[in-house]
Ligand binder design. Structure first.
Ligand code: HAM
Length: 433
């Protein structure tokens, strides 16, 4: 029997996991400067959390959920996205209370699950870095959220990005536009793709971002949502655009961009990359928008919200293709070579002592000859090689070689025990302060 990982999942191996850490740590650092704080919510949630929020006509809910009944016959789902669970936690933990300054700014990182057709940048288990800001209707938070994502990408040295924005207006706008769209599309019903025919009455906005060529031709003449915005929606969108301009953030407006989740209104946005990782096509690495009304939907008080999700796998594909991942750090301080089995105990003790001082240490576990051990020390790029042979055992010393300049010293073990940092300085030829 050959076991394989499930289709659409990945093993993240040593060598790759360091890249994940780098991106995650950079995100933590950037988010902190905007005062976003981490929240961790369960990986599975009750089915209703998503059907009520993401939308029971969305692809995610109708086709892509990993949902099942647990042993207690509860209908649960491996979360397909982060927002709904965060909003559930916000309501359940009463983060809307007066002791939490508004907006409540949260970020999260972790796996999400969608039963999709796997391809490059599209997985069944994938990871998102996401943020949600709850409690402010101000366009400033829309813009800051977008700016924060772009700032993160700048810190990560990404280039070739395109910010696309649109607005879906408020509830009234959406209703009026929905009807206008149905009226426009109905005479074309027979020419529409099967998917779009199904969506026409359930979720006509989705017809706008159909991938079908003929659908795309038809919607070219469709009314634009921008012509249906009411006063407040227009004002909100104008302020978003003005503030983006003031911050010097370039963007394009795509009135046909609608997003695949039902909870959005007002500002929506995507940050796309045309990296060679995606064959020069634009692929969305970050997507989000405003979702006023979602907190009420999940049972909380009226609370506006906005956020985004970054696809970590996609981001890493770009960084790899653009060669902007940092080189693997050579962080082995010392390799201890033991000569003969009688050295073994001292080697283990010494390793434990040096690690206790906070330095990284490696040694041999396979009784290999000194020559093989020295070879490994070289391959691992150890800064110093410590040798314990018969004479060192007798004299209670260690022989230390600085691999950078070849300098060698013999040090009493007690000195290493007391302060390995000072010993290192000595070997490096640095003055001990
Ligand atoms: P989304 O557009 O469904 O939005 O996903 C956000 C990002 O997650 C996508 O742009 C993409 O980079 C990544 N992603 C989505 N599906 C996959 C997949 N199957 N494989 C690899 N990467 C994928 C959301 O999930 C919203 N919760 C974002 C949000 C937060 N809106 C407001 N707050």
């Amino acid at each position: 029997m050959v076991y394989q990982r499930p289709k659409g999942t990945a093993d993240i191996l040593p060598g790759e996991s360091e890249n994940w850490h780098y991106v995650e740590e950079t995100a933590r650092r950037v988010f902190k400067t905007y005062q976003f704080r981490e929240i961790r919510t369960p990986i599975f949630e009750s089915f209703d959390v998503f059907s009520r929020s993401v939308g029971d006509t969305s692809d995610i809910v109708t086709k892509e959920m990993y949902d099942f009944y647990d042993k207690g016959k509860r209908h649960v789902v491996l979360r397909p996205e982060g927002t709904a669970g965060i909003v559930r936690a916000y309501v359940e933990n009463k983060l809307y209370g007066p002791e939490h300054p508004k907006p409540v700014k949260l970020f999260y990182m972790g796996p999400m699950f969608r039963y999709e057709r796997p391809q490059s940048g599209r997985m069944r288990e994938f990871h998102q870095i996401g943020v949600e800001a709850l409690g402010s209707p101000s366009p400033t938070i829309d813009v800051e959220t977008i700016a924060m994502a772009l700032n993160l990408f700048k810190q990560l040295k990404l280039s070739g990005l395109k910010l696309v924005i649109n607005t879906l207006g408020d509830q009234t706008t959406r209703q009026a536009y929905r009807q206008a769209l149905i009226d426009f599309l109905e005479p074309h019903f027979a020419e529409l793709s099967k998917d779009s025919q199904t969506r026409l009455h359930k979720n006509p906005l989705r017809v706008l971002d159909s991938k079908d060529k003929q659908d795309q031709e038809i919607v070219k003449a469709a009314p634009s949502i921008l012509d249906y915005l009411d006063e407040t929606s227009t004002q909100h969108f104008n302020q978003v655009k003005q503030l983006l301009d003031k911050l010097g953030i370039a963007y394009t407006i795509d009135p046909n961009m609608v997003r695949g989740l039902d909870y959005y209104n007002h500002t929506i946005f995507e940050i796309m990359s045309n990296s060679k990782a995606f064959g020069g096509h634009y692929m969305t690495v970050c997507a989000g928008g405003r979702y006023n009304g979602l907190v009420e939907e999940i049972g909380g008080p009226e609370t506006p919200g906005i956020g985004f999700g970054i696809g970590l796998e996609r981001l890493l594909l770009v960084m790899q293709a653009d060669s902007i991942l940092p080189p693997a750090a050579a962080d082995l301080t010392a390799y201890i070579v033991g000569i003969g089995t009688e050295a073994q105990t001292t080697v283990v003790q010494l390793a434990q002592i040096i690690r206790g001082h906070g330095f990284t240490v490696e040694h041999d576990y396979l009784n290999r000859k000194p020559k093989a051990q020295f070879k490994t020390a070289n391959r691992l790029n150890a800064q110093v090689v410590i040798t314990i042979g018969t004479s060192e055992l007798e004299a209670h010393t260690a022989h230390i070689k600085n691999m950078a300049n070849g300098k060698e010293v013999s040090v009493p073990l007690t000195e290493i025990e007391q302060d390995f940092g000072a010993v290192l300085k000595k070997v490096r030829g640095e003055s001990i302060g």
